[in-house]
Design a protein around this ligand. Structure first.
Ligand SMILES: Cc1ncc(COP(=O)(O)O)c(C=O)c1O
Length: 499
């Protein structure tokens, strides 16, 4: 058969590539039918006036990609089944979804299905959302340079990891950093690299908790943790907090004795309280006596403004019954999705195996870049810079709150972290306060979402992502929106109209 192709030797594209593309296009468009015989390479070369090697190169490429096939003694043919067909599922994308079988979910599956979907905090012009670091000051050119260097140094990062604990140099870098900056007592072989605190909490809950078993947790407390515990069918035992953090004496009333206690001692989430030293010691003693494992979530303890960083609970006593959790989501950027657990030595191998079963390992390239970022001193330099930036924003926020709300506002938990709590005497229900703010372009959250009992009047304001000018204007707009509320003036209570 004849195959008329148009070749242009003036093009930058080599001739064999031109032949390859034209034959492939004709196969895909159906001009060359499946199983149709192609001219022998010598004949095609003659008709196109190119060398036979050029045509052979094109045919070989098409053969290797599955567009052509050879039949011994018969020649070269268009493949009976094209490679595209093998990569696509049959059927139309808009075909109705068939409910093939009734879902017989596990108790875990049912709990997940019944829970309200996870909601991202919305974007707003004046966005006081919490838990997100400022991204504009991150040293991206440096990160890119380290990444390019690590990428071209070798290709091991492209393969599966071999160490279920995580990339060795990163574990060493984290161990040194934690010993220096957080007074954590640890060996690199106790560190397991995770995809963040959420994954670590999920793993430890699976390892320790059967449905119905008890976990004590701060109230108010971190919703992400509450959801994991609840989905596992755990019995949640809320323990109140005050200005000194978890009220440890309240643990004595818990029945049954919890297997795990989840705490955020450096900066209680969300109230911001710092767990006092006497309570830390009391908590360690209680946990030791009752064979309870403490989960210490140190999510943003690096950012302390008014006093020196407090040593982690984990490092306060030898053999403290603590599993310490850290994340790079706040100190670097959440999309990196890396964190770590410092695991008691008798649990390390089990924890690492569970981690491996869950999703094997984190990106080796990201871990290698992060290891260099820490060992070359960039992490602590970045932390120093961000601490100054957040401290300025925090001060401006506190001044703006006082200027706009006067003695109707009390500020809590402002000595650390990336957010504070404004306790507001507005006389409005929380939802009304949040809605009014939203109408004025201001996003902030009520603390109610994190409370297992009802509470009123406390609002979480993150200050890490808002510029200094935005903070001042945002708070002015919020205050003005509350003053405009038709049924009340700030300070005069009205009936709660919560839906
Ligand atoms: C108290 C607390 N712990 C942990 C995390 C999440 O850490 P990660 O993103 O590493 O799962 C957050 C996130 O906002 C948090 O507020």
């Amino acid at each position: 058969m004849e195959l008329a192709l148009t070749l242009d030797s003036d093009l930058a594209q080599p001739l064999h590539r031109q032949i390859y593309e034209q034959i492939r296009d004709r196969i895909l468009s159906g001009q060359l039918a499946r199983s149709q015989r192609l001219p022998p390479s010598r004949a095609l070369a003659q008709s196109l006036q190119v060398s036979r090697a050029t045509v052979s190169l094109s045919y070989d490429q098409l053969l290797s990609e599955g567009y052509l096939e050879t039949r011994p003694g018969a020649g070269t043919f268009v493949a009976a089944q094209l490679p595209e067909a093998l990569l696509q599922v049959e059927g139309h994308p808009s075909a109705p979804v068939l409910e093939a079988i009734p879902l017989r979910l596990s108790r875990y599956g049912q709990a997940i299905a019944l829970a309200p979907p996870w909601q991202n905090q919305p974007a707003a012009p004046y966005n006081f959302r919490y838990g997100h670091p400022s991204l504009e000051l991150f040293p991206l050119p440096l990160w890119k340079r380290l990444m390019a260097q690590e990428m071209s140094a070798h290709r091991r990062w492209m393969d599966y990891a071999t160490d279920p604990l995580g990339y060795g140099p990163l574990r060493e870098a984290i161990a040194q950093y934690l010993t220096r900056a957080r007074a954590v007592t640890c060996h690199p072989d106790q560190i397991v690299i995770t995809h963040g605190t959420q994954q670590a909490l999920q793993l430890v809950t699976q390892l320790f908790i059967d449905p119905g078993e008890a976990i004590a947790l701060e109230n108010p407390g971190y919703l992400g943790a509450q959801r994991i515990f609840r989905s596992r069918g755990a019995l949640l035992q809320p323990v109140p907090v005050d200005g000194d953090g978890l009220i440890v004496s309240a643990l004595a009333q818990l029945q049954p004795i919890p297997k795990l206690i989840y705490v955020t001692p450096s900066h209680q989430f969300p109230t911001g309280a710092l767990l006092s030293l006497p309570r830390r010691l009391q908590l360690l003693d209680w946990a030791q006596q009752h064979h309870c494992l403490i989960l210490e979530d140190d999510y943003d303890g690096e950012f302390r403004y008014s006093s020196r960083p407090i040593p982690a609970l984990q490092g306060l006593k030898a053999n403290a019954p603590v599993l310490y959790l850290g994340t790079f989501a706040k100190v670097l950027f959440p999309g990196l999705h890396l964190g770590y657990a410092v695991v008691p030595t008798n649990l390390v191998q089990t924890f690492a195996q569970a981690r491996w079963l869950s999703d094997r390992h984190c990106s080796l390239l990201d871990q290698a870049v992060l290891a260099r970022f820490i060992t070359e001193g960039h992490l602590e330099r970045h932390l120093r810079r961000m601490r100054l930036c957040y401290d300025r924003r925090r001060q401006i926020l506190m001044d703006a709150l006082k200027a706009n709300f006067g003695d109707r506002v009390t500020i809590l938990g402002d000595s650390a972290g990336l957010h504070l709590v404004a306790r507001l005497h507005s006389g409005l229900c929380d939802q009304a306060v949040v809605d009014r703010a939203a109408q004025a372009g201001v996003y902030l959250a009520s603390l109610q979402d994190h409370n297992l009992q009802s509470c009123q009047g406390d609002f979480i304001l993150g200050y890490s992502e808002v510029s200094e000018a935005q903070i001042e204007t945002g708070i002015q707009r919020w205050a003005a929106a509350l003053h405009r509320w038709p049924k009340t003036v700030i300070g005069q209570p009205v009936i709660d109209k919560k839906p």
